[in-house]
Ligand binder design. Structure first.
Ligand code: ADP
Ligand code: MG
Length: 443
């Protein structure tokens, strides 16, 4: 089929497929491809499949089905029912769907929100290259992320960034592509998903969807002093506040989450009230440096309640009322700094207290902190002071969204024998529904 090594056609075909699959509920119709091929594709020589979440996967030991570019395929290969069916109809087709578990250099693509992140991770040599484009300047004028603008900018940025990263890594193509499949803005996710799957078809390589929050919690694995399982993860970003017991790759117990605003969102909204630019979290932290954290006794919501959930809307309201009151009294720079410091103190106290409670409850003495708010210095100081165990952070540039965390998550999953690629973009995706790589698909 002319798709192999022909990118433009691949994209056109992929776009068409996405529409067809969405309407045809492909997972329920395993003859879809085979039937379509029969009358029309007489000259087909190679057929490349992607996995379409059919929920009926067969495991094969095959000597005649090989992975392109790797010579004889004597290793175990996982094939979907569709590939098996087509192979039976046309025995001389070369089908690629599964892959072996040898270490793979993985290209990671992150497009869930307002950062286009691209990186290559090599399990043997570590991170080979990475690049990031932030859309902050594009969204600043609107005071928040505009989804349509985000999607369009990902389209513009992805290919040039991929070319740069591959060049920096000294390679023409990776062994596999990993991409953020959710949660996030669905249009932005579809850009990464569509391109990753297009590249997978063009390069004949596996494509693996990654959960954005799994990427964040695995980001400290990029560092030399990486945490070992099990550990507690505190995931604190603009969209999420989660406490997770991480027992292994894909084995996540969500212990607590926010009932309303995420902590990063609370930082951003408070910063806006104080007249700071979007995204206000880092600017608020700078303003807080000159303020008195005891100036205002803002609430620590939920801390007196059992369980490990968070809530930040009450804190946000208390800050809003104080900002109004101070404005009536004549808002000075000093007062703004005091409000920033008191808010930060309350928000961070909530995070640290809950994390220590969760560590005690689960008997875990390692905490991984990830997500944008993980860059907050007051959070780091408080955890160092109050938590007896070890705390692990990714380096500052990998606290916020980036391609490196997606590349390493893909590499870890692939090296553990994860399932073949699925075209996937999911706006809402609970972390605890993930399964370890290589586990059987749910029936
Ligand atoms: P998301 O993926 O949900 O957009 P990120 O992981 O990219 O989140 O992190 C961005 C969030 O982190 C923003 O809400 C930003 O304000 C917040 N943030 C970044 N640096 C800091 C900091 N030093 N202190 C507090 N919040 C911060
Ligand atoms: Mg994030």
């Amino acid at each position: 089929m002319a798709l192999y090594s022909c990118r433009l056609l691949t994209f056109a075909f992929l776009g068409w497929l996405l529409v067809k699959l969405a309407t045809a509920e492909f997972g329920e119709h395993s003859c879809f491809f085979a039937g379509a091929l029969e009358p029309t594709q007489g000259g087909v020589e190679i057929l490349i499949f992607f996995y379409a979440d059919t929920r009926h996967t067969n495991t094969f030991f095959s000597s005649d089905i090989k992975k392109p570019g790797t010579g004889a395929g004597t290793r175990p290969t996982i094939l979907s029912a569709e590939a098996v069916y087509c192979k039976a109809l046309r025995p001389n087709f070369e089908c690629f769907l599964g892959y072996d578990a040898a270490p793979m250099k993985v290209l990671g693509l992150e497009t869930s929100c307002d950062e286009t992140g691209v990186a290559v991770f090599d399990p043997d040599r570590g991170l080979l290259a990475q690049a990031l484009h932030s859309q902050i300047d594009l969204h600043k004028v609107y005071g928040g992320v505009v989804p349509e603008i985000a999607s369009r900018d990902h389209i513009r940025r992805l290919l040039p960034l991929i070319r740069k990263v591959l060049r920096d890594a000294g390679m023409e193509r990776p062994d596999a592509v990993a991409y953020t499949a959710g949660p996030g803005l669905v249009g932005a996710l579809m850009v990464g998903s569509g391109l990753a799957n297009g590249l997978g078809l063009a390069w004949s390589c596996p494509v693996i969807p990654i959960h954005h929050m799994e990427g964040h919690l695995l980001a400290p694995m990029l560092e030399e002093d990486a945490p070992v399982y099990p550990f507690l993860a505190l995931l604190v970003s603009g969209g999420h506040t989660l406490l997770v017991a991480v027992k292994g790759l894909g084995l996540y117990d969500v212990l607590g989450s926010t009932l309303d605003d995420a902590v990063g969102e609370a930082f951003d909204k408070t910063a806006k009230l104080l007249g700071l630019d979007y995204p206000g979290g880092p600017a608020l932290a700078v303003l807080a440096e000159n303020g008195d954290p005891q100036a205002y006794a803002f609430p620590r919501p939920m801390l007196k309640r059992p369980g490990l959930d968070f809530s930040f809307s009450g804190l946000k309201t208390a800050v809003m009322l104080q900002v109004k009151k101070s404005a009536e009294e004549g808002n000075t720079d000093r007062v703004r700094a005091d409000i920033a410091a008191s808010f930060q103190c309350a928000a961070i106290d909530t995070l640290v207290t809950r994390s220590i409670q969760a560590a005690k409850q689960t008997n875990l003495d390692r905490i991984v902190v990830a997500g944008g708010v993980g860059a907050n210095l007051h959070l780091r100081e408080q955890l160092a002071e109050r938590f007896d165990g070890r705390v692990y952070y990714p380096r500052p540039e990998f606290c916020t969204d980036n391609g490196a965390m997606i590349a390493i998550a893909g590499a870890l999953r692939l090296s553990d024998g994860s399932e073949p690629a699925t075209i996937h973009a999911t706006a809402r995706w609970p972390l605890e529904t993930l399964i370890p790589p290589g586990s059987a698909n749910p029936a």
